[in-house]
Ligand binder design. Structure first.
Ligand SMILES: CC(C)(COP(=O)(O)OP(=O)(O)OC[C@H]1O[C@@H](n2cnc3c(N)ncnc32)[C@H](O)[C@@H]1OP(=O)(O)O)[C@@H](O)C(=O)NCCC(=O)NCCS
Length: 355
């Protein structure tokens, strides 16, 4: 069996595996996965070019395949989840039914652990449907542990339509569009809001809260071509001079769901419903599509508000984590630039001192 990064000629096999393994799962999130793969194939030279240098789309389609007798037996799709590329997320893994139960998935995972560990990967994460026993067993066998639970909710278009009416909306106080200089305040909000055990795994740094010029330009292009709009809001507490919430809304002009990302300081939990109502009102101005939102199990106020506004739970996923066993994180002393970010340099332990 040959495990390697995917090529253009692998697309028929890749599409077949995605169709067999993921159609149902993605449908629950209102995504036509086969169509998405076809679209990536149509622009593959551009995707390949973008994969060669750092940019927001560098890992749009980072797939490794297992090839057996000229057939694509399985695939794994990965993406980095932090600025420094120390945390890699397994977006998808699947094996063609003809090849299941023969160790293909296990071999694919071992191969990508090796590949990305050589490129600075320190930690691997994934989300798996809590009812997917074969996959959970596979992950446990390859060193992942269950870490937390994530809930995903969907609001039906009919429900979203109710948020269109401006008269019924009380504008939350101190809401304003996010600006580039909010980066450090957003980092502080994140540090105070997300429990430390989740932050430890997410391995984010202040750089992850920057809006790069490339990102902003791409959002403008999408807006001008009427594909989607990205709206970024923050909420300030003017007395304490800090941010208490951030809302990122990725709203679609097309037949795709809107996505809301929402961070709210637990001390301001009472504002959850009002802020989400505001976000839904904004989404409803753009188009009446389904809306998706996720929440960790610890985010009680957010979940209560989500349910009160008519969202229905679509999945409960386990967040699973696997550390690169040969590395630990130690506080660094230099260089100053990274220390400012609160980021720790990886230190590789020598398994055989003196060898
Ligand atoms: C999950 C999946 C990727 C496993 O692929 P595979 O190549 O058959 O798995 P492997 O042969 O490498 O199995 C490795 C280990 O996983 C576990 N496992 C795999 N399939 C299993 C099953 N049907 N039931 C229970 N455990 C299973 C076992 O622990 C197995 O080790 P063992 O054979 O020594 O007992 C495959 O079933 C699949 O493509 N499913 C649909 C897509 C999917 O659910 N992907 C995960 C989304 S998060």
């Amino acid at each position: 069996m040959n495990i390697r990064p995917s090529r253009y000629r692998d697309f028929p096999g890749i599409k077949e595996i995605f169709a067999v393994a993921f159609t149902e799962e993605y449908q629950r999130r209102e995504v036509d996965i086969v169509r998405r793969i076809e679209k990536i194939r149509a622009v593959y030279p551009v995707v390949k070019l973008l994969s060669c240098f750092p940019n927001p789309y560098q890992h749009l389609f980072t797939v490794h395949v297992a090839e057996e007798d000229g057939r694509i037996a399985g695939l794994v799709q990965m993406s980095p989840r932090n600025h420094y590329g120390t945390r890699w997320h397994i977006d998808n893994i699947a094996v063609h039914p003809d090849f299941r139960g023969k160790g293909v998935a296990q071999a694919l995972l071992q191969s990508v652990f090796e590949y990305y560990s050589q490129r600075g990967g320190l930690r691997y994460t994934l989300e798996v449907d809590a009812s997917n026993q074969p996959a959970i067993k596979l992950y446990e066998k390859t060193g992942f542990r269950r870490y937390s639970t994530l809930y995903y909710y969907k609001l039906a278009p009919k429900q979203l339509a109710k948020f269109r009416d401006k008269d019924s909306l009380t504008l939350p106080p101190h809401v304003r569009p996010r600006v580039a200089s909010d980066r450090d305040a957003l980092w502080e909000l994140y540090e105070e809001t997300i429990p430390s055990y989740i932050r430890l795994v997410e391995e984010r740094s202040p750089s992850d809260f920057s809006m790069t010029p490339v990102q902003l330009a791409l959002e403008q292009v999408k807006k001008s071509t009427k594909r989607s709009e990205a709206l970024h809001f923050v909420v300030e507490d003017p007395h304490r001079r800090c941010l208490v919430a951030s809302i990122d809304l990725y709203a679609q002009h097309r037949a795709l769901p809107h996505v809301v990302q929402f961070i709210l300081h637990p001390a301001y939990g009472d504002m959850a419903e009002q802020l989400l109502t505001y976000a839904l009102h904004q989404a409803a101005q753009i188009s009446i599509n389904p809306v998706l939102i996720g929440s960790f199990e610890s985010q009680r106020a957010k979940r209560d508000a989500i349910q009160a506004l008519g969202f229905k739970k679509v999945t409960s996923d386990f967040l699973m984590v696997r550390d690169n066993a040969e590395t630990i994180l130690l506080p660094q002393t230099a260089p100053a630039e990274k220390a400012k970010d609160g980021f720790f340099n990886p230190v590789t332990l020598n398994k055989h001192p003196g060898s």
